[in-house]
Design a protein around this ligand. Structure first.
Ligand code: NOJ
Ligand code: CA
Length: 529
């Protein structure tokens, strides 16, 4: 599955912002990668306060991305190439511009329109304190106080994310009905499925108690049992459509067992498993992570969904070039102190890509990972957009650095992303000239060619690989497993070369090797007899 961050994929109309016409023109690139489907981040009308995860209208396309007619054309043309299309649904919150939120503001306290959101009076003198102690995921309080229509300081509304993203009240039947109708709207248009944003946090404890009072179960807003009822209804809707329609949940749970509960037969088809992404570069920890994920998924009869990167975390080549590779967000301080070893990070990113693609289940590849793009750390402050940067006063760099437009061709900005001389919405590093698609197509050892070969090999051999992973007895520092009877993946996590046992054929190697050794920080795909 290939994740398309539309705004940064390809610009078709020369305004410096990626869009549907750019994506349509570049679909053959995606088909040539050898993926089965694309997932597009939100494309809805939005003030773009959080990259479009602040939705103003769930049934239309942002004019900067294109039109509904182009969305239809995308689905049609992708299907003709054998690529399925998943879109992003954002059910936890909308935007300040959503007509229902505006109506809620106008309606005044106690009005029916406010009940679709989570408005509460404040605490303390004159209600000047937030209604509870919850913190926004992006920093600061999870509540913002409004001014009532008569000009007085008024109620507070809940936003687990930015203040531009008011949370819906999922106890309200109208909210439930509305989202079911939105699903139907897009299924009718032909999309094959949805990635569900913040899927585990929709339902809040009706009393909105302080987090300080919470003891281990019955968390007031994360992973509450009631959320499963929503997905059972959604599943029925998906199943009522012809063809295979699918859901993938974005769920960050502390345990993979909790994650697997969303994958019971009548709920979601899949959920991102972020455990590999968060695992340090260490063969024992990686093995444990994979074993636990496989066992938890097997218990509910679901396939795991591996993720190595996305638009929310530090790009892999940078991540594996800092510390133990498990740092998903960067503080301004960490990048000043810690130097990034991009050469090491690139080797490890290549190795882990092969490891992940050798596992059973599905795998998501975030655009640009197949080019080995690094996190852009030095974006000028006035070009940054991520609310995380602003809500933490710049302590956290935020996620703009992994959202920089792709380099396609040429020697200078915009590297084929847009028309010549157009500045992309985020500036591209000069060094990306050697990472363009054009440059990497010429180089057999490039990251792009590694990904292409791996994805094609996986696709061709999948049937023979089966669903099982059998671990191999390997020297210390090496993680190896068999898929089926004739294929094995071996990763060297140590800093020394190890001898590769004699194999009839090496199918793919993430690094050049000297002699018969598997170099450090490398993966080999081999056939066995
Ligand atoms: C997860 C999305 O991936 C992220 O980009 C967004 O900021 C939050 N959810 C809030 O919608
Ligand atoms: Ca554009």
């Amino acid at each position: 599955m290939y994740q398309v961050y539309l705004r940064s994929f390809a610009d078709g109309n020369g305004d410096g912002i990626g869009d549907l016409s750019g994506l349509l023109a570049r679909l053959p690139y995606i088909a040539a990668l050898g993926v089965d489907a694309i997932w597009l981040n939100p494309w809805y009308p939005s003030p773009m306060a959080d990259g479009g995860y602040d939705v103003a209208d769930y049934r239309d396309i942002h004019p900067m991305f294109g039109t509904l007619a182009q969305a239809r054309e995308l689905v049609h043309r992708a299907h003709a190439m054998g690529i399925r299309v998943l879109i992003d649904i954002v059910p936890n919150h909308c935007s300040l511009e959503h007509p229902w939120f505006r109506e809620a503001l106008r309606g005044g306290p106690g009005g029916a329109a406010r009940e679709r959101f989570l408005f509460r009076p404040g605490r303390g003198v004159n209600g000047a304190e937030p209604p509870n102690d919850w913190q926004s995921r992006f920093g600061g309080a999870a509540w913002t106080r409004i001014t009532e229509p008569d000009g007085t300081p008024g109620e507070w509304y809940l936003h687990l994310f930015d203040s531009s993203q008011p949370d819906w009240n999922w106890h309200h039947p109208k909210v439930q009905e509305e989202f079911e109708d939105i699903l139907r709207f897009w299924f009718d248009l032909g999309v094959d499925g949805f990635r569900i944003d913040v899927a585990d946090k929709l339902v809040k404890h009706p009393d909105l108690p302080d987090l300080a009072q919470w003891s281990h179960d019955d968390h007031p807003f994360s992973d509450r049992d009631e959320v499963h009822d929503i997905y059972r209804r959604w599943r029925q809707i998906a199943d009522s459509y012809p063809g295979a329609r699918t859901f993938v949940g974005e769920i960050w749970t502390p345990s993979v067992e909790r994650l697997a509960r969303y994958l019971r037969g009548d709920e979601l088809h899949s959920a991102f498993d972020f455990s590999l992404l968060a695992s340090p570069w260490d063969e024992a920890k990686m093995r444990q992570t994979i074993e636990e994920a496989l066992a938890a998924h097997e218990a509910v009869g679901a396939a795991p969904t591996w993720v190595l990167s996305n638009h929310d975390v530090v790009r892999a080549v940078t991540r594996y070039g800092i510390g133990d590779g498990s740092m998903l967000r960067l503080s301004a301080a960490s990048t000043r102190k810690g130097r990034v070893d991009l050469a090491l990070g690139t080797r490890r990113a290549r190795a882990i890509a092969l490891l992940a693609l050798a596992l059973p289940g599905s795998a998501y590849v975030y655009q640009g990972e197949e080019l080995g793009l690094s996190e852009v750390l030095d974006l000028p402050e006035d070009r940054r957009e991520d609310p995380i940067f602003f809500r933490t006063g710049g302590d956290q760099l935020g996620r703009d650095g992994c959202r920089v437009p792709l380099p396609w061709s040429g020697e200078e900005e915009p590297f084929g992303f847009s028309e010549v001389d157009v500045s992309p919405w985020l500036p591209q590093p000069k060094e990306w000239g050697r990472l363009t698609v054009e440059a990497q197509e010429r180089d057999p050892a490039s990251m792009l060619n590694l990904y292409r070969r791996a994805l094609h090999c996986r696709r061709d051999q999948r049937a023979e690989w089966g669903e099982e992973v059998r671990w191999l007895a390997t020297p210390p520092g090496v993680l190896g497993f068999l898929r089926g009877d004739a294929f094995a993946s071996l990763t060297n996590f140590s800093s020394e070369p190890v001898e590769l046992p004699a194999h009839p054929q090496v199918l793919l190697l993430s690094e050049e090797r000297a002699g018969s050794d598997l170099p450090p920080d490398a993966t080999a795909w081999v056939t066995v007899t």
